[in-house]
Design a protein around this ligand. Structure first.
Ligand code: ADP
Ligand code: MG
Length: 728
């Protein structure tokens, strides 16, 4: 065995789980490192506290003198917990989180120093941000962007630093991050949903979008990863033969969590508790060494922040346990990839889940209204939703055999399908009193009961209704949820605005009763958006054909999918709602297209390096051994040697064949990359990387994987799938 691989495995086998002590109850430590309501009451004046709460609940502005009070309170709290630094914490368009730490410490002359943190520093910071992607919004020579406090997501302490969640915008006002458009989209859906919810309850003043994400990931021993340049640099294996045993037996799913993984999870959960991330569920996933973690759902902006924070924290805690956590959507070929289901709903400040059926026919009509509007929104903007989850890494998952297809469709289950069919056949125009009674009693009135037994769940659907929420399953495990959440809430906002206008028009112009008008509009919606509903097997080939007939898009690659961002209809959607202007949309498109090409470029380079500098030399070494063996046999047996050396000679020839294929493949790929790099237009460059460069990966990989099977295990330099996936 190659020395590196040998040591990696040896190291892995000697690991023992860290002992994680949990002396206090989790509820007692929950939110201890968060500047939450309880802490604010303790550290802020009444005026400052009210000011923050007003900003959170009503979006009102915090005046500067008040900000000074808040920052002082925050600083006192942080220092009492051993904090020395503060940072504005934000999510630039890399999708990761960014921070720049400054010490509270300041000198005041005469060799004296104090801890200082003013309102100005809380509210705004100007990181030297010239190296963040900006898609041309900000010329680098005037690299001015600033971060501004988002009081709707509370400050928290992580590793002796006070982190203040912020938005990141250019001086010209354009958003340079994921949070800003999300906040705008949440505002838009709040306004639109309140207006519609008022048909049913005049007291509704605010509607919050909720998000409950489920994070899937792999845990691999860090020593084994260190012997894999591909995982280290790209987050996934670019080659590797599938092991004799994969996930065929389904013996990992929901199985006993291995000791070391469990110790990691407990450590992680403890940290999450301190940070106020309400993690609740943990289990083994389908693939070996694959796991899932899910919190209790939260208001969408906070949930998005929590997920970004969680991914950082996971990475750090994994290190403590000698694990590398892999968030990539498809780290290993041949076993399941990872997703991040986004459970989404809308709920009112009066405590009603608008996507949960109620107890009375009227509350059920409200449920149906929001339910059908969601379906219509998804139908209208399926391309944009697909674009919101597009990435080089998620391409490996969508449309592969075990993940939702690249076609967006909505699954609602048999029972609700029947309800929609019934609703579709109601009379156009005013309903007769009998018909109305029948509807209320037999269709709308029965919803809660039918939903209770509605247990059929279609795992192949990218967007499924699951009882009291929709579950957007096509989101990738590396994604920043802000992107899909911005789109989903925007399209819902737009849809609800249109709905309200149509209903009001029927009430005013056609002199209809409110219920009649709502039934009428919903009936039309069911008719026009039926094509997005699909209950069958999303993985099947038939669905691809059927979806095409229905006019649904099926964008299998990121460059194709992203184009939806730039259609006239989709640009005006964001503009109308004030979520993004054209410059912001174009910038994001540019960044994502560029990032796609860069990712494939990096993968191409790494694969070329591994194939030529690791695999081929190993193959040559082994081939030399075989040649030596053949020579030896010749020495012994003279001209009869072939009788004994036949198989070795076949091997020698096979190895030469694969070496040839690898070498010519790498040369071809390098040439295609060179050509791609000369293309000015980033869209065309991404397409070239997608259709000319990437397909050559398979050619190269095929021969590398064959060699892995042929070559002496002792010589093979890279840790193998069985080691990566089955070492616990
Ligand atoms: P699963 O989909 O894994 O079978 P559940 O359907 O019980 O599990 O819940 C999945 C996730 O949905 C949980 O993480 C939960 O927090 C979230 N969830 C439940 N209700 C809502 C809601 N109203 N809004 C958003 N997320 C929700
Ligand atoms: Mg789920």
């Amino acid at each position: 065995m190659s020395t590196l691989r040998f040591h990696a495995i040896k190291e892995t086998l000697t690991r023992t789980p860290l002992k994680i002590e949990e002396k206090e109850r989790r509820s007692a430590i929950f939110g201890n490192n968060v500047f939450n309501e309880a802490t604010m009451r303790q550290y802020l004046t009444k005026e400052a506290y009210n000011s923050v709460m007003d900003a959170v609940e009503k979006g009102s502005k915090i005046e500067r003198p008040v900000a000074d009070h808040i920052s002082t309170g925050m600083k006192e709290w942080a220092i009492s917990k051993g904090v020395t630094h503060y940072t504005h914490w934000f999510q630039p368009l890399t999708g990761a989180t960014a921070e720049k730490h400054d010490a509270f410490f300041e000198t005041i002359g005469n060799g004296l120093a104090i801890e200082k943190f003013g309102g100005g520093q809380l509210v705004q910071q100007e990181p030297d941000a010239s190296s963040f992607p900006n898609g041309g919004i900000r010329n680098t020579f005037e690299a001015r962007g600033y971060t501004a406090w988002d009081p709707t997501s509370p400050a928290f302490i992580y590793e002796t630093t006070l982190c203040i969640p912020t938005v990141f915008v250019a001086y010209t006002g354009e958003a340079l991050d994921y949070k800003t458009p999300l906040l705008r989209a949440l505002q838009a859906v709040d306004n639109a949903a309140v207006a519609v919810a008022k048909y049913f309850d005049k007291n509704v003043k605010k509607v919050n979008a909720s998000l409950g994400w489920e994070q899937e990931y792999f845990l691999v021993d860090s020593a084994l990863v260190a012997a894999r340049p591909d995982i280290t640099l790209t987050g996934r294996t670019l080659l590797g033969h599938s092991p004799a045993k994969g996930q065929q037996l389904d013996d990992h799913y929901f199985g006993t969590i291995p000791n070391r993984a469990m110790s990691f999870m407990r450590d992680l959960e403890k940290e999450c508790m301190l940070l106020g991330i309400p993690v609740k569920t943990r289990h083994n996933e389908v693939a070996p060494n694959q796991f899932e973690l899910a919190p209790i759902y939260d208001e969408a902006n906070l949930a998005v922040d929590h997920n970004s924070l969680l991914m950082d924290v996971m990475d750090k805690i994994a290190g403590r346990h000698n694990f590398k956590v892999l968030f990539h959507e498809k780290p290993f070929a041949g076993v399941n990839g990872s997703g991040k289901h986004n459970n989404w709903s809308l709920s009112t400040d009066t405590g009603i889940n608008l996507l949960g059926p109620g107890k009375t026919p009227m509350s059920n009509l409200q449920f149906l209204t929001f339910f059908i509007n969601t379906i219509k929104a998804v139908h209208e903007y399926e391309g944009l939703l697909r674009a919101s989850i597009a990435s080089a890494s998620n391409d490996h998952r969508l449309g592969a055999n075990e993940a939702p297809p690249a076609i967006i469709s909505v699954f609602i289950g048999d029972q609700l399908t029947k309800v929609l069919n019934d609703l579709e056949s109601v009379t156009k125009g005013k309903l007769s009193p009998e018909e109305k009674t029948d509807l209320k009693l037999n269709v709308v009135g029965k919803i809660p009961e039918i939903l209770l037994d509605n247990t059929d769940r279609n795992r192949t659907s990218p967007f499924a209704f699951t009882g009291n929420k929709f579950e957007f399953r096509a989101v990738g495990s590396t994604a920043n949820c802000a992107n899909p959440m911005t789109v989903l809430n925007s399209i819902m906002a737009k849809q609800l605005i249109d709905f309200k206008a149509e209903v009001d028009a029927l009430i005013e112009n056609k002199d209809m009763k409110k219920d009649d008008a709502i039934f009428n509009v919903l009936r039309e919606y069911i008719k026009t958006s039926k094509n997005i509903l699909f209950e069958g097997n999303g993985y099947s080939d038939e669905w691809q054909i059927e979806a095409k007939k229905r006019g649904l898009s099926n964008n299998k690659t990121t460059p194709e999918a992203l184009k939806a961002r730039m259609t006239k209809k989709n640009i005006s959607l964001f503009e109308e709602l004030g979520v993004m202007n054209k410059v912001e949309i174009e910038a994001r498109y540019e960044i994502e297209v560029e990032e796609y090409a860069l990712r494939i470029q990096i993968e191409g380079r790494v694969l070329g390096d591994i194939a030529r500098n690791h695999v081929v030399p190993t193959a040559v070494r082994y081939q030399n051994r075989l040649i030596e063996n053949v020579r030896g046999l010749k020495d012994i047996y003279g001209k009869d040697f072939k009788k004994y050396a036949k198989e070795q000679m076949v091997l020698i020839q096979e190895i030469s064949g694969h070496i040839e294929a690898i070498n010519s493949g790498v040369t071809k790929m390098t040439n295609e990359r060179k050509k791609a790099n000369t293309i000015e237009d980033s869209e065309k460059r991404a397409e070239t990387y997608c259709h000319k460069v990437k397909p050559l990966f398979d050619v190269i990989r095929y021969s590398c994987d064959k060699l892995e099977l042929l070559i002496d295990d002792e010589l093979w330099p890279l840790t193998k799938y069985r080691e990566l996936l089955f070492t616990k």
